[in-house]
Ligand binder design. Sequence first.
Ligand code: NAD
Length: 479
Amino acid sequence: MDAQTDIRTLRHFIGGDWCAAGGGETLDVLNPLDDSLYARAARGSGDDMRRAIAAARAAFPAYRDTTPSARERMLLRVAEIMEARKQELLDCLVDEIGSPVQKAMFEFTKGLTMVRAAAGLCRNVRGETLPSDAPGKFSMSIREPLGVVAVITPFNVPLIKTTRLVANALAVGNTVVHLPSEMAPHLSLIFAEIVAEAGFPAGSYNVVTGYGHEIGDDLTGDPDVNFVTFTGSSVIGQHINEICARNKTPNTLELGGKSPTVILADADLDKVMPLAARSIFMFAGQACIGSSRFYVERPLYDTFVARFAAIAANLGMGDLRDPDTVIAPIISERQRQRVKDHIADALAKGATLVTGGAWQGNRCQPTLLTDVTEDMTLCKSETFGPVTAIYPIDSYEEGLQKANDTEYGLSSAIFTGNIDRAFHFARNINAGMCHVNGPTIHDEAHVPFGGNGESGVGREGTDADMEAMTELKWVTVQL
Ligand code: NAD
């Protein structure tokens, strides 16, 4: 804290030390609810990033040789300390990124699970024995950690992404350099304190704060970085993919989405409605797996629209610490403008506003649109706000075809009692994830989470990260 202004000053965590940016520069972190100053964070430079990479590189040889039980113990200790510091983590999620406490609790609970699941991963870094055609040769594959893993996380679910990716990377024996979103640095720095307190050695986990467009390339393009895991927008994902290709640095990219929900005429709307609302309005639509397209078979269409509108109009927009509040502020002025532009463009081109569209401060009312056509930006582009379009369909086949009419391929959902159609959809939807009779928003620590096309490359989750963040080596012994 700055004693005079009561404003937090956030520093990098490099090689076990807390340090200001080399040039002493800072960036302002604003509370999105009212744009008040939440913190001043170190505005990292290329030199800061290189120091962090060097610290992670130096820590790697000793860290990779820690025993699975030592890593497991430290990760379980991380979970214990997280529980002890729960209120602090929740407060940070509320005040730094504007999470309603309901969503902050969801993140906290998931985050704990991510860390505990990672602890279980430590003993599962396994190769196999292989038959050999050479007489007397014993043949096997072993898995080895890659080295320095770059973790780049977005603003919207900073605790889930930080816990999962950092914990999985550390669990399999890598060291980490983390660039958190410039809009959510504090959360990751609290996590760094927790990781250090849990006994992880200096340099095993490093956090450099700053603007990704200023220092991101210094991280992803550094030849001493052995793996990049990026979660964020598709445009930046593409840029990172190109940099990684130049250095042949393996990477996973978890990017944006335009996830569809198909509702067939035999669906039970009493069950569908609360899940539909959760699919798009949780954290005001600032969720990569939020459902921004609903395709509803005609017999249910009018009822669905009316019931969805009634729910949307009554979602809590009060105090973020009130457990009934659902609607969050939109994170930044740039992002607010994007949401406004998408709604205005749709209305100008003939969409019908069913409900919402107005703003209270930095919060956009839950917004439903019908009569959305392909020339409207929000039809195909990610809005990342509490806005969704509802389309009537005349058949299941039309629903599947429209759901697949996108460059994205992240999550998807279908509501139906028809098992054949449900499975047909699951097999034929071009998406990394499909939920039958459940919302597009769902995640667990051990599942293969990720998307296709513009939504990314690779999967994350304990098994997927273990495979991605280690390398197989073939070893033979001539007996
Ligand atoms: P963003 O792309 O603006 O930023 C994400 C991160 O990238 C930040 O840490 C930023 O500092 C960093 N960055 C910026 N330029 C960089 C560069 N040149 N090199 C390296 N890093 C750089 O995204 P955001 O606004 O924070 O998050 C919203 C986006 O993230 C949405 O598109 C959303 O769909 C996506 N997202 C995807 C998932 C998923 O699992 N698929 C999860 C959450 C969010």
